[in-house]
Design a protein around this ligand. Structure first.
Ligand code: FES
Length: 141
């Protein structure tokens, strides 16, 4: 084997190793991320899902609850409900002047889900870890 052939062989082996690592990285990392974060299939159909303002922090930690596939739930966004994490109609009280509306959601699989109770999540109504941010912790004492 000549020196040139040896260099080509080494280069080829290094390139294939890198492409294997990249393929492995993308195939495992992206699949894990996609599967771990639940999404609300009703998000596109209810404008309430896109309210810009978040409600008041009800609790600094999420609530784990069993949700049934296909059943429609109403998640409290205002943070004033006495039936957390679900809406109890408190936002309708005209004296409280609450502008938030509950977020309708459903799940694609019957299992336990972590529902946000800090009301600051970016993946309504599911907890996305925002409650760990310092400003959220400070809001609720
Ligand atoms: S409880 Fe709101 S993001 Fe976790």
């Amino acid at each position: 084997m000549t020196f040139l052939e040896l260099c080509k062989a080494l280069r080829w082996s290094r390139l294939s190793q890198i492409s294997y690592q990249r393929a492995n990285f993308y195939s495992t990392k992206t699949k894990k991320k996609e599967s771990s974060m639940p999404v609300n299939p009703l998000k596109e159909y209810y404008a309430a899902s896109f309210q810009k303002e978040n409600g008041v922090v009800y609790d600094k930690k999420p609530f784990k609850i069993l949700c049934e596939k296909g059943k429609v739930y109403y998640w409290c966004l205002c943070g004033q409900s006495k039936n957390q994490p679900f809406c109890d109609g408190t936002h309708k009280n005209i004296f409280l002047k609450i502008k938030h509306r509950p977020v309708a959601f459903t799940v694609t699989e019957t299992k336990e889900y972590w529902l946000c109770q800090c009301k600051q999540t970016n993946n309504r109504p599911f907890c996305d870890g925002t409650h760990l941010k310092e400003d959220v912790v400070v809001k609720r004492k």
